[in-house]
Design a protein around this ligand. Structure first.
Ligand code: BTN
Length: 329
């Protein structure tokens, strides 16, 4: 076995969260104690914490449900199966978005999904990084191809938010909501984010929709997050959550939403988005690249642009781009 295969094999045993003696591990994995120690160190480097026990064994800090391609595939709907061209699961990537953008350039067909247990260069909106420790979240991207002009994609990132919110509701996260354009929040704390990137290849427009959800963030890694955040572990408890189920729910909803968007654009989905809108009726400060405006949010229009009512009663529209939204103190 290669070093990586040994690490994966060790992880598969430790994932149950129970204590395993060194002797048991050496026997089960057919590795010598030195190779075991080396694999344990490698898992620590991945951000996992196999704890050495006084009784000469190891356990993870908590159980970990590893992403399993077969389990995810078993949860996909018939519609998803017909539209999905690939489903790939990796232990480590730089970024699932970067990966699929490169594959789009190689003319991969649309309908490709890629998930990673960990990203070492996960990217967020506004050129931020996205904290992506091993097994601590759901990090994934969908590649889709569209006919037509870039303007036809207006509102697609909001539509993606609907897919994410639907899948979280189905998992039991009843209070999930969206903050324009596409922050996924729970009680005003960030639970997930969406990063859409597009380009042209193979004679079509391609879009890579990347989604990051906090599942069980180690406190140390979370120190890098500069805003209030929450993870599914806090909302649902450890027993309430299966990353494989969440992945399947999310892929099903994404495929359904992207299929609908192809037909009718965002206009068909605007009403559903309003049902998840956490900002409607609230006074906010909207940060633009070189300025800021304040006003009361009046929802979004049929293209997904934000409607903001200023003090003089006029309603202005703001469309995508590098716009941030902060609640007025
Ligand atoms: C945000 O800043 O709110 C958007 C975060 C998007 C993160 C996801 S994780 C999977 C995909 N790969 C990336 O590098 N980014 C997106």
């Amino acid at each position: 076995m290669t070093d990586t295969a040994l690490e994966q094999a060790l992880l598969a045993v430790l994932a149950d969260g129970a204590a395993h003696t060194e002797r048991e591990l050496v026997e089960r994995l057919s590795m010598d104690p030195a190779a075991l120690a080396q694999a344990v160190r490698a898992l620590r480097d991945l951000g996992l914490e196999p704890r050495g026990l006084p009784s000469d064994g190891y356990r993870l800090a908590e159980p970990l449900e590893l992403l399993d391609r077969q389990r995810i595939a078993a949860g996909l709907s018939d519609e998803t199966r017909t539209r999905l061209s690939r489903l790939e699961v990796y232990p480590l990537l730089d970024s699932t978005n970067t990966y699929l953008l490169a594959r789009a350039g190689e003319e991969w067909p649309g309908g490709a999904v890629c998930l990673a247990e960990r990203q070492h260069a996960g990217r967020g909106r506004l050129r931020r990084s996205w904290v992506s420790p091993f097994g601590a979240g759901l990090f994934g991207s969908l590649l889709w191809r569209f006919d037509g002009q870039p303007a036809a994609l207006s509102g697609l990132s909001l539509a993606t938010g609907i897919a994410v919110a639907r899948s979280l509701r189905a998992l039991g996260v009843t209070e999930v909501g969206l903050k324009w354009p596409n922050d996924v929040l729970w009680r005003e704390r960030k639970l997930g984010g969406i990063l859409l990137e597009s380009g042209a290849s193979a004679g079509t427009l391609h879009v890579v929709a990347g989604i990051g959800l906090n599942v069980s963030l180690p406190r140390q890694a979370a120190l890098a997050i500069d805003q209030p955040w929450v993870d599914l572990r806090e909302i649902l408890g450890v027993a309430g959550m299966s990353r494989n189920r969440l992945a399947a729910l999310l892929i099903n909803e994404l495929v359904e939403i992207f299929g609908r968007f192809e037909q009718g654009g965002f206009a068909d989905l605007a009403q559903e988005w309003a049902g998840f809108d956490l900002m409607a009726g609230r006074r906010v400060r909207l940060r633009l690249p070189n300025a800021a405006v304040t006003g009361i949010v009046r929802g979004v229009d049929a293209s997904g642009a934000l409607l903001l009512e200023s003090a003089d009663g006029r309603v202005n529209t703001y469309l995508g781009g590098e716009i941030g939204l902060r609640l007025e103190p």
